[in-house]
Design a protein around this ligand. Sequence first.
Ligand code: NAD
Length: 353
Amino acid sequence: DVPYQTILVTGGCGFIGSALVRHLIRTTDAQVVNVDALTYAGHPSTVAPVADSERYTFLQADIADREAMRQAFDTHEPDAVMHLAAESHVDRSIDGSDAFLQTNIVGTHTLLEVTRAYLDAADADDWFRFLHVSTDEVYGELGDTGYFTEETPYDPRSPYSATKAASDHLVRAWHHTYGVPTLITNCSNNYGPYQYPEKLMPVVILKALQQEPIPVYGTGENIRDWLFVEDHVRALCRVLADGTVGETYNIGGHNEKQNIDVVHAICDILDTLQPGADLSSYCDLITFVTDRPGHDHRYAIDASKIERDLGWTPDEDFASGLQKTVQWYLAHIDWCETVTADTYDLGRLGTAS
Ligand code: NAD
């Protein structure tokens, strides 16, 4: 359980934020205030299953809008912030980084400043927590061996990860300089329902069902460490409830997979659930395309700190999580069509973040 009465979640209409909002409403007694600007990646449909709850409030606002954030804090008086709002897609950050700097850096700075003023006015902060949700991509890339620990030096290599690294540094600075009671998590690649269809898994599923080429970057040998989104959400709640202020926790699923193996596994599940007409296997659609510039080779998380100190371990194994994910997309093709109405070039394949 989470010992907070009012939790302000930013980015709660996105992939992970919405899983968090649904989890908080279903498993705690907390009031949940969801602050989301509803960019292309945010859709109220992701929280529709819990939106009728009396404990749920939605506020459409930009986290970089200081006055709107001040009002949100003054009106709802949160005792915790779980900050997930971000521009999150590496390929988009390569195409244009302005929105990434604005939301990930300026937006995080704005939230920290509003939090600081709010805590100063209350003249105490021991009852409050600011949990900043970040990525393992801040650590750069690994060779074929080794793991990211909380001590791994930062080495971000894409515009996306550079802005997330900057936001992590701001959060640490606001803790050390102003005493804001912060926590940081750095998590590996998430998968599961409601992921916007520009990331690896939903792109593969949708391309396969449309019987179009399934584009895979390079040779498909890049390695990611996959975690089911609901395991991530449980980890965030563990950190919020029992994490030590000022500390960082890595979160990962011990699920290292080459992208090409993930693509094959999805095709195999689809071959069973919904065989494609005129195809012996959806794998026949796999097409290797020019690699993403600066494509990191491997990410892998050492999650022993959160496992040891907070007793968190992932519940979902990869095979069953993938099966659930594919089944969810098959049942929600209409959702995918609705949320991609302002379509981006989905012919380009991201590697899931
Ligand atoms: P997402 O892109 O699916 O959702 C982002 C949400 O933030 C959307 O609802 C969007 O409308 C909202 N948003 C964007 N800019 C905003 C702004 N200026 N003001 C208010 N709301 C805004 O992202 P996600 O995959 O759910 O990721 C959530 C967080 O977790 C991000 O901070 C990301 O860096 C981090 N993370 C993601 C992964 C992953 O695999 N997806 C892994 C580790 C960490």
